[in-house]
Design a protein around this ligand. Structure first.
Ligand SMILES: Nc1ncnc2c1ncn2[C@@H]1O[C@H](COP(=O)(O)OP(=O)(O)OP(=O)(O)O)[C@@H](O)[C@H]1O
Ligand code: SF4
Ligand SMILES: [Mg+2]
Length: 341
């Protein structure tokens, strides 16, 4: 199914970058290989960037590094420049101040249960966050909490404000987390698999909410997902990660309709269908090497049907079309793939 996103993406080309990550490279202490290598990402105002890739490719670690949430003692960041709100941080030596992180960037985590305090009513937790960051009165903050619960599809929101986390289902707790993250109109939302645990109807409602906030406030979103249906529905741009590196990135229509990296072509071989949300990335033959066994040069070469001796050199990301970058020595591969198919 072709995905149309070109017009939106072209519009965005002129918009300002809200958040830019440049050349993030890190490893966990004791490891001999980088878990994330030279990753650069950009989210512009009103843009949804979806980051996709198989389990273990470094998506969550990248988002945690942006947020400054990796354990300092166990992590060695050798490079990484973060630009946000016209300020720069060198992630090798510094991280986002807590107040910027809390007020201007919101994060929805992959594991929702770890983020709600079991001892407080959910209304109080959302209201407290709103009061702390927006300076509203308690009444205003509770009203805001109620509106947000309604917007994430929670019935009887007024009553639910009084519930404790354990009185809610896992899906509802995830929606509370989303409501709390979005209650303060953040400039950037970082969402790690935000809708995986939710049923299809609620998932659609959450995606609508993210789109509405994008339109209402210009919020930018960096969303990590395995779900190609979600990507097709919300993404303006897509970054494909493999083995801790971005191997391809560009406007969503380019990535779906004209993938150029052999790994992306493999992932896209199960094309998403909006009438079948929840369809996940296709299985690419072979297994991802562990970080310590990553090959030199192109990290995909142990699984790539097109690998040659040249692939012992690491390919750099380079433009193959406007805003469309690929890290493969032989890109564009289109003709090659068509002949082989
Ligand atoms: N604290 C840590 N210490 C050591 N290794 C870690 C740590 N956190 C993550 N890793 C490793 O880093 C790699 C990248 O992990 P990450 O969680 O970013 O993957 P992911 O792309 O988010 O996968 P998934 O889709 O399963 O969530 C994995 O090999 C993982 O085992
Ligand atoms: S550089 Fe070589 S191994 Fe890597 S994706 Fe391209 S053809 Fe395959
Ligand atoms: Mg993850």
């Amino acid at each position: 199914m072709p995905v149309s996103g070109t017009a939106k993406s072209q519009d965005l080309a002129s918009a300002d970058a809200l958040l830019t990550l440049k050349d993030l490279t890190l490893r966990f202490k004791g490891q001999t290989n980088d878990v994330v290598h030279s990753v650069s990402l950009r989210v512009r105002q009103g843009e949804v960037l979806c980051v996709v890739g198989e389990s273990g490719c470094g998506k969550s670690v990248t988002s945690m590094a942006i947020m400054g949430l990796l354990p300092g003692k166990a992590t060695q960041i050798s490079s990484g420049k973060l630009s946000f709100l016209a300020q720069d941080w060198d992630l090798a030596t510094d991280c986002l101040p807590t107040e910027v992180r809390g007020r201007e960037i919101a994060m929805i985590f992959q594991e929702p249960m770890t983020s709600l305090n079991p001892s407080f009513r959910i209304g109080d937790q959302i209201a407290e966050a709103v009061q702390r960051r927006r300076g509203n009165s308690r009444t205003e903050a509770l009203e805001r909490a109620e509106v947000m619960l309604q917007r994430v599809g929670i019935a009887n929101p007024k009553q639910r404000l009084r519930a404790y986390p354990h009185q809610l289902s896992g899906g509802m707790r995830q929606r509370v987390m989303i409501a709390m993250a979005l209650a303060n109109d953040p400039q950037i939302l970082i969402a790690d698999e935000p809708t995986t645990a939710l049923d299809v109807t609620i998932q659609a409602q959450i995606l609508d909410l993210i789109r509405d906030l994008r339109d209402e406030t210009g919020m930018g979103t960096l969303m990590i997902t395995h779900d190609l249906g979600v990507v097709a529905e919300v993404a303006d741009t897509v970054a494909v990660m493999y083995g801790g590196q971005v191997v391809e990135q560009g406007p969503v229509a380019e990535i779906f309709n004209n993938p150029q990296h052999p790994y992306t072509i493999g992932l896209m071989s199960a094309m998403p269908r909006l009438d079948r949300p929840g369809e996940r990335l296709a299985i690419v033959p072979g297994t991802v090497p562990t970080i310590s066994n990553m090959p030199e040069g192109c990290r995909f070469r142990t699984r790539c049907a097109f690998a040659t001796a040249a692939c012992a050199q690491r390919p750099k990301l380079r433009d193959v079309a406007s805003e469309h970058e690929v890290a493969c020595h032989f890109a564009p591969l289109e003709t090659h793939v068509k002949v082989s198919a």
